[in-house]
Design a protein around this ligand. Structure first.
Ligand SMILES: [Zn+2]
Length: 356
């Protein structure tokens, strides 16, 4: 056993849907990847779709962060097998009862999409291990070195970062297609892989929580990513053009991104519970913090997911997170197996905490 290739990720997802028809539904994503691959997600939950609130979990956005797919495939398998046999779940020193597993599947929809960027993963696993972006050649000018868009800068949140941010802020994003790390693409949602994630949020309008699984740094990040959080001045928000050119500077008074106090408290609680359960497995310490404290960003999935409600109050409010597992993009498989247990314990606890 080692890391799954893209065919194996897909077959794991479809096999789970076949094996556990009472507990899950196979979801085909509407848009093939740039190279024509169709992806699948699972809606895990015993109630009919639309009955319960949803947690959306995605992975494999960044090609080289291989273990994210395995973390989500194993989580899905664990929840489905435990529910079908009426058993609990054990992850090292952290365990969950059968009743807790039942409460997740009976009271929530857990939507799991383990492989957002199949073309990138395939390229990373067969050609260039450190590849991060998708494989779109449209903006490359024919140069192989300039292929690809960073899916996690392609969402519609402060996409025009040169206008939104202070010129000295230096957000980790680029308009240069030849930037091999963080090219944002020609426009927000220019990439089919990004549009598939938006489609999941649109298709499950009762989504209230979102987690994007990445590596690495042993953190769980909560919104926002463009500046520090503040809950005192609602006018200082990403929609207010009066603050263009002021965002993204740490420690200043000019701007900090508004988050309602209740949302900030809920985000911290969910992140702390994730870390506590994860620590119980074998003692790894993950740090809960706002995404900005890693570095300033625009166009990320978590900021986009949370921003939707503020752009359109008719949409549900989605508290959004990014997990950064591990200390290495490609840990030896024996270590990756332990990381899977760590993070899955954290994610099971995250789902339970949503029910409090
Ligand atoms: Zn990543």
């Amino acid at each position: 056993m080692s890391y799954l290739n893209i065919t194996e990720v897909e077959s794991a997802v479809t096999s789970l849907a076949t094996a556990f028809p009472a507990q899950c539904e196979l979801i085909e994503l509407p848009e093939p990847s740039v190279e024509g691959r169709t992806g699948h997600a699972l809606r895990i939950g015993t109630a009919p779709a639309g009955t319960n609130d949803s947690v959306v979990l995605i992975g494999g956005v960044h090609a080289r962060e291989w273990g994210s797919c395995e973390i989500l495939v194993h989580l899905a398998a664990d929840l489905l097998e435990a529910h079908s046999t009426g058993s609990g779940l054990g992850y090292g020193g952290t365990s969950f009862t059968a009743a807790q597993v039942g409460s997740i599947l009976d009271n929530l929809d857990v939507v799991v999409f383990p492989l957002v960027n199949p073309d990138g993963r395939h390229y990373s696993q067969t050609v260039e291990p450190m590849w991060r972006k998708n494989r779109n050649p449209a903006n490359s000018g024919g140069s192989p070195a300039c292929v690809g868009v960073d899916i996690n800068r392609n969402f519609d949140f402060l996409f025009d970062f040169t206008t939104a941010f202070d010129p000295t802020a230096g957000p980790r994003v680029s308009t240069d297609p030849c930037d091999v790390q963080v090219y944002e693409g020609p426009s927000a949602f220019s990439e089919p892989e990004t549009r598939n994630v938006r489609w999941l949020l649109d298709t499950f309008p009762r989504t209230r929580w979102f987690v994007d699984v990445h590596s690495y740094s042993e953190d769980i990040l909560f919104v926002w990513g463009d500046d520090e959080n503040q809950s005192l001045d609602p006018d200082k928000n990403f929609l207010n053009s009066a603050y263009d050119g002021k965002r993204g500077v740490a420690g200043d008074l000019a701007y900090a991104e508004y988050i309602p106090k209740g949302d900030a408290d809920s985000a911290v609680l969910l992140a702390e519970r994730f870390c506590h359960a994860l620590h119980g497995v074998r003692g790894r310490t993950y740090t809960p913090m706002s995404a900005f404290h890693l570095y300033p960003t625009s166009g990320t999935s978590d900021d986009y997911a949370f921003s939707r409600h503020f752009v359109d109050p008719a949409k549900s409010k989605v508290l959004a997170f990014t997990v950064e597992w591990g200390t290495d993009f490609h840990p030896p498989w024996q270590e990756m197996k332990r990381i899977i247990l760590d993070v899955d314990a954290g994610l099971v606890q995250f789902c339970l905490t949503t029910q409090e």
